[in-house]
Design a binder for this molecule. Structure first.
Ligand SMILES: [Zn+2]
Length: 230
């Protein structure tokens, strides 16, 4: 079973890479947000537990999250493995996941970090400007207006919301990177951390992830089923 953890800060492009990796390996993406929503929708006991925390605006405790995750790993489509996106978020969660997987004779085979320097993350995340008239979004880098400071659609002034200003983004990012660093350290010490340069284009990052997984001996699900084929 290939359990691959995908790690990256907000804005690093992890969300773009997850489906590419899922296609490459032929295994599903498991995102904890989806697990919570599905459990709540299905009305399971764990879903009701999770819902109480979500309704109160609190984080769902690790124990419930890990149990939901293990349930998901037991489904037929996950037999060859899963890509974990958004979990673990802390060192404590990473350790809990290791313990639970060990109980099933499984382990995290690779933790892939899509690495982007914080200055670049801030640039990506803080480049959003909206217009005064209708809030039309523009982005300094990804969708710049034809005239600086002017909405392409209605000619009104562009401004930056407080949430989108570099200082705000950087403060939020510092917090998130602290938790991410714990998880990175955890997988570095267990020897499964693989870092790819997230400054390449989408295709370049996908290729680098593929290469590093080959190095780690993690093969597509089809290859696992038919080791002698082809
Ligand atoms: Zn506009």
């Amino acid at each position: 079973m290939n359990v691959v953890v995908l790690l990256g800060a907000p804005g690093a492009g992890k969300g773009t890479q997850a489906p590419l990796l899922a296609t490459r390996l032929g295994i599903p993406i498991v995102a904890t947000g989806d697990l919570f929503r599905a459990a709540v929708r299905d009305g399971t006991a764990m879903g009701q537990d999770a819902r109480r925390y979500m309704d109160a605006g609190q984080l769902v405790p690790d124990e419930i999250t890990v149990r939901l995750l293990l349930d998901r790993l037991g489904r037929p489509d996950a037999a060859a493995g899963v890509i974990l996106d958004g979990f673990p978020r802390t060192g404590v969660q990473a350790a809990a996941l290791d313990r639970e997987l060990a109980g099933r004779d499984a382990r995290v085979g690779a933790a892939i970090l899509v690495d982007v320097p914080i200055d670049e993350l801030v640039r990506r995340m803080s480049g959003r400007w909206v217009c005064r008239a209708a809030g039309h979004p523009h982005h300094e880098t990804f969708s710049p207006p034809q005239v600086v400071g002017v909405c392409d659609l209605d000619g009104s002034e562009l401004y930056q919301r407080a949430d989108d200003r570099p200082a705000t983004i950087r403060a939020r990012m510092d917090q998130q990177l602290g938790a991410l660093a714990e998880v990175i350290d955890h997988y570095r010490s267990s020897g499964v951390l693989r870092t790819v340069d997230g400054l390449q284009g989408i295709g370049g990052v996908a290729e680098a992830i593929g290469t590093t997984l080959d190095d780690a001996g993690i093969r597509p699900a089809d290859a696992l089923k038919e080791p002698s084929a082809g």
